[in-house]
Structure formats: structure tokens, C-alpha cells
Design a protein around this ligand. Structure first.
Ligand code: HEM
Length: 110
């Protein structure tokens, strides 16, 4: 029989995926900053690549990824230290704060 996947599974999966996205972002960020070494003009040209709505949308997603990974990481650390904490309620809290943070960030990107 197929086992039903619960909230913990999806939050675990999202934490893993967000961790990988953060590592990939780190490399992309270092690549962008390295353009500054080639001078002001080169840096400006590189930054222009990011000045469009599609990239801004992905930057908004990145805000959600950072907030989710940080809060969920803190949730996991807290649960390691205090296993009696309400795991599911904390997961929902992390999800709600992540969604609110992403929504509050919209005016900064568009
Ligand atoms: C304050 C910020 C952060 C906190 C509190 C945090 C916390 C955590 C914790 C507790 C885990 C272990 C999860 C588990 O045991 O299943 C983890 C996994 C991971 N983190 Fe972070 N993290 C933070 C920032 C970052 C950053 C900046 C990156 C990347 C540049 C990153 C990449 C990863 C990756 C790749 C994993 C492994 C995911 C997996 O294999 O499931 N984290 N993080």
C-alpha cells in the first residue's frame, strides 16, 4: 500500500531544495560580484542583465527561499534542543511567515 506523505515530509523536501538553491545562488552571486574586478563598466553591464521582470520575479522567490530555509533551519535546531515543542504548529508558522515575507517584498521588486 502506498504510504501517505505528511507535512513533515514536504517541509523536509522544501528544506533540502531550498538548501541546494542557496548554494547555487551563492555561486551566481560570486560570479556577479567578480564582474566588479573588471571595472565599473563591466559591473554595470552585468547588473543590467538582472534588470528585468523575470529576474525580479526569481529574486522575489529567492527572498522566500532564504526566509524559509533560515526559519526552518532554526525550527530544526530548536526541535533538536527541545523535542517536546509542537513540530507541526512550528512548521505552519514557518510557512505562514515565509508567505507573508514574500508578499511584503513584492513592492520592492515591482
Ligand atoms: C541562518 C541561516 C541558516 C540556517 C539557520 C540553516 C540551517 C540548516 C539546518 C538546521 C540544516 C540541517 C537540516 C536537516 O538536519 O535536515 C541545513 C541544511 C542545509 N543548509 Fe542551511 N541554514 C542556513 C543557511 C544556509 C545557507 C546560506 C546555505 C547555502 C549557501 C545553506 C545550505 C544548506 C544545505 C545545502 C543544507 C542540506 C540540506 C539537506 O541535505 O537536506 N544553508 N541548514
Amino acid at each position: 500500500m502506498k504510504e501517505k506523505r505528511n507535512l513533515s515530509y514536504y517541509v523536509w523536501l522544501a528544506h533540502r531544495i531550498s538548501g541546494v538553491i542557496l548554494v547555487l545562488y551563492l555561486f551566481a552571486h560570486l560570479w556577479t560580484l567578480s564582474a566588479a574586478l573588471a571595472g565599473e563598466k563591466s559591473f554595470d553591464q552585468t547588473l543590467q542583465v538582472f534588470d528585468n521582470p523575470v529576474v525580479r520575479f526569481f529574486e522575489l522567490i529567492l527572498v522566500a527561499v532564504v526566509v524559509f530555509h533560515t526559519l526552518n533551519g532554526l525550527r530544526l535546531i530548536c526541535l533538536d534542543l527541545l523535542p517536546a515543542l509542537p513540530q507541526e504548529a512550528l512548521s505552519y508558522t514557518v510557512i505562514i511567515i515565509t508567505v507573508l515575507a514574500a508578499l511584503a517584498s513584492v513592492p520592492f521588486f515591482f
